[in-house]
Design a protein around this ligand. Structure first.
Ligand SMILES: [Ca+2]
Ligand SMILES: [Ca+2]
Length: 252
C-alpha cells in the first residue's frame, strides 16, 4: 500500500505540471483581431467578400476586378450599361434594331440609324442639300474627228487637249494639257475644283495651238444644283461628238 502511494503522487504531480504548461501555451489567434467578420485561422485573418487587409480592416474596391464592356461604367460593383447593352459586364447587345428600317442605305446600330453622307433624319429619310460640289476629275472619252472639216492640227496633227472652266465668262480653272491625243484613248484631267451649287459654269475642251487661238472641241454648260435630286458621284456630259465623264464629290 505504501508503495502504491509513492508511485501515485509523482504521477499526479507530473500530470499537473503538463496541464499547467498546456494551459499557458498561447494560441496563434489569441492576439489577432479580425474585423468585419473576418475569421482567424492559424494566426491569419480570412476576410469575407468585400474586405481585405491583414485584419480585414479595409473595404475592397468593388469595381477593381469588374471590366465593364461597351463603355459600361462600374458603380459600386455593378456595371451600368449604355443604351443598347445589357449583361453583368454589358457584354450583350440588345436587339434594338429589330424593328428599325433605315432608308437610303443607312444602317442600324444600337437602335439608331447611321446615315450615309447626304442623308439625315431618324430613318435617314431626309436628303440634305450640299453646299458645294468638288469637281475632282474630268475624263475625256471622245471628241470630233475633225475641227471645222480640217485636221485638228496641220498635216494630220493630233489635238492637244486641256479642260477649261469658265464662270460668268471668266476663266476660273485650267487643267494640265495632254499633247497629241489619240482617238480611242481616254484622258483624265485632275481638277479638284470647288464649284458653288447655284453658279453656272462652262466646261470647255480645247486644243492648244501655238500659231492661232486654241481650237474648241466642246463648251458645255453645267450647274451643280441641277443634280440635287440624286447627287451622283459620276456625271456624264456630252456635246456633239465630245463626251466627258465628271467625277464629283458633294460637300455639306
Ligand atoms: Ca489646232
Ligand atoms: Ca494643237
Amino acid at each position: 500500500m505504501q508503495k502504491k502511494i509513492t508511485t501515485f503522487y509523482p504521477l499526479l504531480l507530473c500530470l499537473l505540471i503538463i496541464t499547467a504548461i498546456g494551459c499557458n501555451k498561447s494560441e496563434p489567434c489569441d492576439d489577432v483581431t479580425c474585423f468585419n467578420n473576418g475569421q482567424c485561422l492559424e494566426g491569419t485573418c480570412i476576410c469575407p467578400d468585400g474586405f481585405e487587409g491583414e485584419f480585414c480592416q479595409t473595404a475592397s474596391d468593388p469595381c477593381e476586378d469588374l471590366p465593364c464592356l461597351n463603355n459600361g461604367q462600374c458603380v459600386e460593383g455593378i456595371c451600368v450599361c449604355p443604351t443598347g447593352f445589357t449583361g453583368v459586364l454589358c457584354e450583350i447587345a440588345i436587339e434594338a434594331c429589330e424593328s428599325i428600317t433605315c432608308q437610303n442605305n443607312g444602317y442600324c446600330e444600337n437602335g439608331a440609324c447611321v446615315c450615309p453622307t447626304g442623308y439625315s433624319g431618324q430613318f435617314c429619310e431626309t436628303l440634305l442639300q450640299p453646299t458645294q460640289m468638288i469637281l475632282q476629275v474630268v475624263t475625256l472619252t471622245s471628241w470630233p474627228g475633225e475641227h471645222d472639216g480640217n485636221d485638228w492640227d496641220p498635216f494630220g496633227g493630233k489635238p492637244d487637249f486641256y479642260v477649261r472652266i469658265l464662270s460668268g465668262g471668266e476663266e476660273v480653272f485650267k487643267s494640265d494639257r495632254v499633247d497629241h491625243c489619240e482617238t480611242g484613248v481616254e484622258y483624265d484631267y485632275n481638277c479638284n475644283f470647288t464649284m458653288d451649287m447655284n453658279s453656272q459654269y462652262a466646261i470647255e475642251v480645247r486644243d492648244f495651238d501655238t500659231t492661232s487661238a486654241d481650237d474648241l472641241a466642246a463648251s458645255i454648260n453645267f450647274t451643280p444644283s441641277g443634280y440635287y435630286s440624286d447627287l451622283p458621284i459620276v456625271v456624264f456630259l456630252s456635246e456633239s461628238s465630245t463626251n466627258l465623264t465628271l467625277a464629283v464629290a458633294w460637300e455639306y
